[in-house]
Structures are given as structure tokens and as C-alpha cells.
Unconditional design. Structure first.
Length: 191
């Protein structure tokens, strides 16, 4: 087992997801991608996304190419069922169970040779004590600088001169709006 990916609580019943999962079981990754991209089922794009996630997980951990991987194991288990009710005749209700799925994909190599881990091949960088002290000083300075900037912004906002509006420019009050409406309403001529 090199890489894996899991998906929980998928709102499709396991029976329907297994139809698509059976198509790609024990297939090379590139072939499985092609199959999933042309399969006309609701769970196909979800499985394709999960397969891409498993490939990315494997590439992050090992120095390996996509062509060397295959799907060694794919399981679709049943998750919890959501209970719902459906109204029927004579005031009765029938139960509905909305099933969920848990999917688990495991990838492995086609060759028997075990690949190197990426983490083992990268050398660790050493940082001197003087550099660590400088980094610590910068971290302490940053919040102070941000506080000063915020205070300056607040001063600028409060220093703005007040704007005086004429009577025509001001928004009409609630009473004025009602009075206008009443004037329009009683403008009609009586016979």
C-alpha cells in the first residue's frame, strides 16, 4: 500500500457506487481515469476526484510516476442512513431511508520494487541562532506596526470634515413620506 484516499458520508447508496467501483478495481490509474471520465453515472465524477486525491497523496509521499500506479483495493461500505417520512393516503406515513456511502481507495505500484520516500531524500536545513533571533524580533514587531496603522486609519476617518446638506438634499423623514402619499390620495375631484 503506497497511497490512499477516503470519502465518508457520500449521499449515494453503496449499491449504486459499487457498480462504478467494480469497473475500475485492479486497473492501472490512467486506464481508470479514462473509464471514470466516460462513465455516465452520478458517482463517476466523485470517484474520479477521489482517485486524483489518492494519486496526489502518493506523489507527495514517494518519488513515483502516475504510470506505475494501479488501484489495488477499492471498498464501498455503507454509512449511516438518514430516516425520512413520506405522506401517503388515509393520513399515514411510510418510512424512507436515505443511504450514505464510505469509499476507500488504495494505490500500489505495478513493479515489486519499493519506491523511496520523498521525506527521506530531502536534507534538513540548519538555521543559525542569530537568524532565529532576527526572525523572533520581526514577529514581535509586526503586531506593533499593524496596531499603529490601525490607529492612523481611525484618526483619518475621524478627521474628515462634516458634510452639511441643504433641506432639499436631505433624505425625507417617515412623516413627510406619509404626508406626500396622503396628498396624492385625496387629490381626486369629487363629482
Amino acid at each position: 500500500m503506497l497511497g490512499e484516499a477516503k470519502l465518508h458520508y457520500l449521499r449515494i447508496s453503496p449499491r449504486k457506487v459499487r457498480l462504478v467501483a467494480d469497473l475500475i478495481r485492479r486497473k492501472p490509474v490512467l486506464e481508470a481515469k479514462n473509464i471514470l471520465s466516460f462513465t455516465n453515472k452520478r458517482s463517476a465524477p466523485i470517484l474520479l476526484k477521489l482517485l486524483n486525491q489518492a494519486i496526489a497523496n502518493t506523489k507527495n509521499q514517494y518519488e513515483i510516476k502516475e504510470e506505475e500506479l494501479y488501484i489495488s483495493k477499492i471498498t464501498v461500505d455503507e454509512g449511516p442512513r438518514y430516516k425520512r417520512w413520506r405522506p401517503v393516503s388515509r393520513g399515514m406515513a411510510h418510512p424512507i431511508q436515505k443511504k450514505t456511502s464510505h469509499i476507500h481507495i488504495v494505490l500500489d505500484t505495478l513493479t515489486k520494487k519499493k519506491p523511496k520516500r520523498v521525506l527521506e531524500t530531502k536534507p534538513k536545513e540548519k538555521v543559525s541562532q542569530a537568524e532565529l533571533k532576527e526572525l523572533a524580533k520581526e514577529r514581535v514587531k509586526k503586531p506593533e506596526v499593524q496596531k499603529e496603522k490601525e490607529v492612523q486609519k481611525e484618526k483619518k476617518e475621524t478627521e474628515k470634515p462634516p458634510v452639511f446638506l441643504t433641506k432639499d438634499q436631505r433624505a425625507p423623514s417617515f412623516k413627510q413620506k406619509i404626508q406626500k402619499g396622503l396628498k396624492k390620495m385625496f387629490r381626486r375631484k369629487a363629482f
